[in-house]
Design a protein around this ligand. Sequence first.
Ligand code: COA
Length: 244
Amino acid sequence: MPSIPVPTLLRLLDAERLPLAGDWSHRAPWPGLHTVLLRRQLPAPGWQAPLFALPAQLIAGLPRAVPKRQQEFLLGRLAAHEALKAAGCPATQAWAGQAERRPVWPAGMTGSLSHTDSLVLAVAASTSTGVRSVGVDLESLAPDPEAVRAIEACFDEDERRGLAACPHGLLGGFALKESLYKCLQPLVGGWIDFEDAWVRWSGDPSQPARLTLRKTLAPAFPAGHELQGSVGFFEEHVVAAVAC
Ligand SMILES: CC(C)(COP(=O)(O)OP(=O)(O)OC[C@H]1O[C@@H](n2cnc3c(N)ncnc32)[C@H](O)[C@@H]1OP(=O)(O)O)[C@@H](O)C(=O)NCCC(=O)NCCS
């Protein structure tokens, strides 16, 4: 439990909490899901100095990385802490650990994290609300040309045609696949490829997306299994979530 209040930590880390996560959080079909969204400034030179004021518990998990990565890692943890508390986790236990790159949630809780250069998103839920696992993803609405090519390569021809028919459809489909990975990988282990799931989404944020598994990932997740996803838009970003 940090001895410094979270608003102070956010100030030290050049970030602010946004009051609402846009329409997306209201439309997501999982009422037990709690969302925390932060706006971040990219760190200026000398940024690491405030790290010395941070609680040892947070710094201990800090990857040896460039300041931008350190900042997003810490902000993700702080956002997750606040989302876990909102979801009913006692403040003393509301910290996400880490195993390899995967966040490890307190017993009885689940959640997911995503960050871009300007936003940090965390969601959390108590598994007692019926959400066993969740994945979220944020993508900028203005990806660079290299990212656009990589995103297009994540779909087969039929899938790409369906998604490309609506504005930001491919980006939404990509964010849904990344969310699916974050939702299922902790449950099934191993690698999940982009071709292992098929995405359908109308491009309308008020409509759910459907993700169908093309291969058996685990006995509980056989080929043909369908998961529900949600896509929305917020501050020049697409925001996606998949839960099961
Ligand atoms: C792991 C991956 C999904 C992360 O997405 P990203 O767009 O690069 O980055 P984001 O900021 O959105 O998400 C990063 C967060 O994902 C989370 N994450 C990483 N690996 C994870 C895993 N195995 N399970 C759940 N969450 C994971 C972490 O919290 C990480 O943030 P942190 O390191 O600060 O804690 C992505 O790099 C990747 O490997 N994608 C390929 C796999 C895939 O999507 N397959 C498609 C299946 S249909």
